[in-house]
Design a protein. Structure first.
Length: 548
């Protein structure tokens, strides 16, 4: 497949072949990491509740309408638990993309300033305990600690379930457990990531008196059906976290009319606004380097807020472990939030902000697998990046990151996705990766279940359509021989080839063999990128652990 794409201003050829590995029902996907046996009772309890991460969110569920989730049942559950969310101050973060990274940056900054922080995020990759980090260390709650807490509040949760005719969901109960845990641990502040939208999300039971700031990172086309079907309705849903008189931090950049929706809501709520995308703010990506075998990006960040918040900070040569210009924007959003807290009396120094930014890290976000992990996958010489991108916007961010950080690399993609994503838009963005040589399409369980898994054959249709839209020719290889014969054919023709259908791990190994042949011909570097969902990231990390 040759890419000569005026759409992406490319003037160089890229050899690409779309390959469709076969789903392996033994591959456990998001269940790759078994929980500690101490949590068996809790996990069984949660498994009996409706889990929309597994089955998908109903139409309109995140909108502030009759179709939306019933926030009253969450309020009743919290009332039965003693309203623990009122025992600590909170920062509430919503957004289509970037909210998890922004939460990680902000939590790390607050911990560096010496505060005990509770951070609640979703989904998880290795263990459900990742969703609740605690204290100055920022470690996930221990298995024993979480089990003890569950046992303490189990009777109250059962009481709430009975009052609601068993209609409380997995996410609602888990959110209540997190808030109750943070109160029990006497955290100084909690950083709370909304799950879906904002207005009707289970996390949106934080009162204005307990809220330090609301943060909206971005507005994009994800969960469209659940959030009303348009960018405008998504903005309305996410603006539901804005509280009366409490500051709003905007990440962005936003489309002007979308930003106006958020600003109008803030005006109605008498909420002062701080924007990370204001013209006086500058974030400069200076370059990429390695430290202890792991990549980082060096950045300069200048924020000069002169409206509702006259605040200023200049940070030079900040080393971010999370890669990409989008992560630079997330870092700026977290800094704005930290400055907002400073204006309220929280003691956060520039030194703490720098230290927090540089130590922040998330699994599955431009994560380079260490050599030991690659060895466990059977590809000890491979460079493997794990990235949970699953939307058109996040695919664009991933493509930009790869093109900037690895401009000379030959690239193999291994992709598996959920069935409710924009597969075509995702493919269009990643086909712009400069050194792309092959795309493997596979399948993994989504949240431990197949109901939301999209088939490799349907993914293939989207990638084929994307290739045609971008003027890319697909050259099928009729060779029905084995991998070695196909690879030999590839070397002779300097073109990637059709592989037999395989599952994720076989795709990684086959992709590595392709790269080895190319690097052997004089190309300096190759990288395998596993993407499309945090669930495929989990499956790869789980395989590494199983074979450790």
């Amino acid at each position: 497949m040759k890419i000569l794409s005026p759409l992406y201003k490319l003037n160089y050829p890229i050899d690409v072949k779309i390959l469709s590995p076969l789903y392996n029902p033994q591959h456990r996907g998001f269940c790759a990491f078994p929980e500690d046996p101490q949590l068996n009772e809790m996990m069984e309890f949660l498994e009996n509740l409706k889990n929309y991460e597994k089955v998908g969110v109903p139409k309109g569920a995140g909108t502030d309408s009759q179709l939306g989730f019933d926030l009253q049942r969450m309020k009743q559950l919290m009332h039965i638990l003693g309203n623990p969310q009122s025992n600590f101050k909170s920062v509430h973060i919503a957004g289509t993309k970037g909210k998890g990274s922004t939460a990680s940056y902000l939590s790390s900054i607050l911990r560096a300033a010496g505060y005990s922080v509770g951070c609640y995020t979703s989904p998880h990759i290795k263990t459900i305990r990742e969703r609740m980090t605690l204290g100055v260390s920022g470690e996930p709650v221990s298995s024993q600690g979480l089990n003890n807490h569950f046992q303490r509040i189990k009777a109250d949760i059962k009481k709430a379930l009975q009052l609601e005719n068993m209609h409380l969901t997995h996410f609602e109960v888990l959110t209540a457990m997190a808030f109750s845990l943070f109160a029990q641990e006497n955290v100084d502040i909690a950083v709370i990531e909304a799950g879906l939208g904002g207005a009707r999300d289970a996390t949106n039971i934080i009162s204005s008196s307990d809220l330090t700031a609301s943060v909206i990172t971005s507005i994009g086309e994800e969960h469209m059906d659940a959030l009303g079907g348009s960018l405008e309705s998504i903005a309305e849903a996410k603006s539901g976290i804005i509280k009366d008189g409490r500051p709003l931090i905007l990440g962005g950049p936003f489309h002007p009319h979308i930003e106006q929706i958020l600003r109008d809501k803030a005006l109605c709520m008498s909420s002062p606004i701080m924007s990370a995308s204001d013209h006086g703010n500058k974030s400069i990506l200076k370059g990429f380097n390695y430290l202890h075998g792991q990549p980082y990006q060096s950045c300069d960040i200048l924020l000069n807020i002169d409206k509702d918040f006259p605040l200023f900070i200049e940070l030079l040569d900040v080393k971010l472990q999370m890669l990409g210009s989008h992560q630079l924007q997330n870092a700026a959003t977290a800094i704005c939030t930290a400055l907002c807290l400073c204006s309220q009396g929280w003691k956060i120094s520039s030194k703490s902000i720098r230290a927090g930014l540089e130590s922040a890290y998330l699994l599955g976000r431009s994560q380079i697998l260490r050599s030991a992990g690659a060895k466990r996958l059977g590809v000890p010489d491979a460079t493997i990046m794990l990235d949970g991108a699953h939307t058109k916007d996040s695919a664009r961010a991933l493509a930009d990151t790869v093109n900037m950080a690895f401009p000379a690399a030959k690239v193999i993609l291994v992709v598996a996705m959920a069935n409710d994503k924009d597969h075509l838009g995702f493919a269009e963005e990643l086909l712009s990766v400069r050194g792309l040589k092959a795309v493997f399409l596979s399948e993994v369980n989504i949240a431990g279940d197949r109901s939301r898994t999209v088939s490799a054959s349907l993914l293939r249709e989207s990638w084929t359509e994307a290739s045609r839209k971008m003027g890319i020719d697909i050259h099928e290889n009729s060779n029905n021989g084995g991998l070695r014969e196909s690879l030999q054919s590839s070397v002779v023709r300097n073109r990637t080839i059709t592989l037999h259908k395989e599952e994720v791990m076989a795709s990684i190994r086959a992709g590595n063999e392709i790269l080895n042949r190319m690097v052997g011909d004089g190309d300096p570097f190759g990288i395998i990128i596993v993407t499309g969902s945090l669930h495929i990231v989990s499956s790869v990390l789980g395989y590494c652990q199983d074979n450790s």
